[in-house]
Design a protein around this ligand. Structure first.
Ligand code: 13P
Ligand code: SF4
Length: 320
C-alpha cells in the first residue's frame, strides 16, 4: 500500500545518506528481505550475516534479525556502528542460557571443549572455545571429535542431539530450545504427509528428533533453501519459520511450499511457525533506527567482545 511504499522509499534514502547497509535474516518479513535485496544488502543465514557484515565496506550496519545477530556483527566489526530496528528482539535459546549458570556448568567440566551455538549472548560466547551456527556445527563437531575432544554443548538440545547422532561425538548438553521449532510435531507432520505424499520434507535441526527423523533434508536455513531448489520434488513441507518461504519461492520458482504443522494444529496450518522476536523487525522501526541511534544501537562490553571474537573467528576461519 501507499504507506508501505513511502516507508520503503524513505529507508532507501536513509541507507544511502547514512552510508549504511541492511543485513537481514531469512526469518524476517518478506518486505524486509526484499528491501535488503534491492539495496545491496544481504538476506542470509546467521553464518553469512556475520561474514557479510564484517566484510562490507559500509561504516554502518543495520541488522534485521534478533539480538545475538546484532551483537555478533558488533563483535566482529567494533569500529562500525550497528543498529537494529529493535533491541528487544531476543531468542529463547539466548534467554535460556544465562551466563552465571552457564559459566558454573563449564567450571564443573574443565576437561571439555566448550562449543556454543551463535544464538547466545556475548558473555556466553566469551566463555566458549568455539561458536557454531547450524550450517557449520556438524563439520566443527566432527573435526573436534576426530581430535579426540570431549564437548560441552549449549544451548539447543535438539540441535545438539542431532549432531551427536550424526557424529557419535561425546557431547554433554545444556537443556535449551527454540520455542518456534520445538513446537513442530511428528504426529501432525505425518498427517500432512498423507495429504501430500509426494512432498519432500525439509527440517531445521532445532526441531525435535522425532520430526528430524521424518526429514528428507535437514539443515540450516540456507541449506534448506538449497535443498528446495536441488531436490526433484515439486512440493515441500517445511519445518522452520515461515519467513523462509520468501527466498525459497525465489530460488525454486514454480514449486509449492507448505508449512509443517505444529502440535494440535491439524494437518495444515497458517503461520504456525513465526518467531515472535523476528516479527518485531517492522519497516517503521527500521526507519527509526536510521533516523536516531538512541535506543537502537548495539553495544557490547569491549572486554567481553574481545574475548568473544576469538571463538567467532575460529568458526569463520574454519568455514572459509
Ligand atoms: P540459521 O539461519 O543459521 O539456520 O539459524 C536459524 C535460527 O534460528 C536463527 O534464529
Ligand atoms: Fe531464536 Fe528460534 Fe526465534 Fe531463531 S526462531 S531467533 S532460534 S526463538
Amino acid at each position: 500500500d501507499d504507506e508501505e511504499s513511502l516507508l520503503i522509499a524513505d529507508i532507501k534514502q536513509l541507507l544511502i545518506a547514512n552510508n549504511a547497509v541492511l543485513v537481514a535474516h531469512y526469518y524476517t518479513s518478506p518486505v524486509i528481505q526484499a528491501l535488503a535485496d534491492s539495496t545491496g544488502g544481504c538476506v542470509s543465514d546467521s553464518l553469512e550475516m556475520a561474514r557479510f557484515g564484517r566484510d562490507h565496506k559500509a561504516q554502518n550496519l543495520v541488522v534485521a534479525g534478533v539480538k545475538f545477530m546484532g551483537e555478533t556483527a558488533k563483535i566482529l566489526s567494533p569500529e562500525k556502528s550497528v543498529v537494529m530496528p529493535t533491541l528487544d528482539a531476543t531468542c529463547s535459546l539466548d534467554l535460556g542460557c544465562p551466563i552465571d549458570e552457564f559459566s558454573a556448568f563449564c567450571d564443573q567440566h574443565p576437561d571439555r571443549t566448550v562449543v556454543v551455538y551463535a544464538n547466545t549472548s556475548a558473555a556466553v560466547k566469551a566463555r566458549a572455545d568455539w561458536v557454531v551456527t547450524s550450517s557449520i556445527a556438524l563439520e566443527i563437531v566432527e573435526h573436534l571429535d576426530s581430535q579426540g575432544k570431549k564437548i560441552l554443548w549449549a544451548p539447543d538440545r535438539h540441535l545438539g542431539a542431532y549432531i551427536q547422532k550424526q557424529t557419535g561425538a561425546d557431547m554433554l548438553m545444556w537443556n535449551g530450545e527454540c520455542i518456534v521449532h520445538d513446537e513442530f510435531s511428528a504426529k501432525a507432520l505425518l498427517k500432512a504427509k498423507y495429504l501430500y505424499p509426494d512432498a519432500g520434507i525439509l527440517v531445521h535441526p532445532e526441531s525435535p528428533a522425532s520430526v528430524i527423523d521424518l526429514a528428507d533434508a535437514v539443515g540450516s536455513t540456507s541449506q534448506l533453501i538449497k535443498a528446495a531448489s536441488d531436490m526433484p520434488n515439486q512440493t515441500f513441507i517445511v519445518a522452520t519459520d515461515k519467513g523462509i518461504f520468501y527466498k525459497m519461492q525465489q530460488m525454486a520458482p514454480g514449486k509449492t511450499f507448505i508449512e509443517a504443522p505444529t502440535a494440535g494444529a491439524g494437518a495444515t496450518c497458517k503461520s504456525c511457525a513465526n518467531c515472535p522476536w523476528m516479527a518485531m523487525n517492522g519497516l517503521q522501526a527500521l526507519k527509526e533506527s536510521l533516523i536516531s541511534r538512541v535506543g537502537k544501537e548495539v553495544f557490547v562490553d569491549p572486554t567481553l567482545a574481545e574475548r568473544a571474537m576469538l571463538p567467532l573467528n575460529r568458526m569463520l576461519d574454519f568455514a572459509a
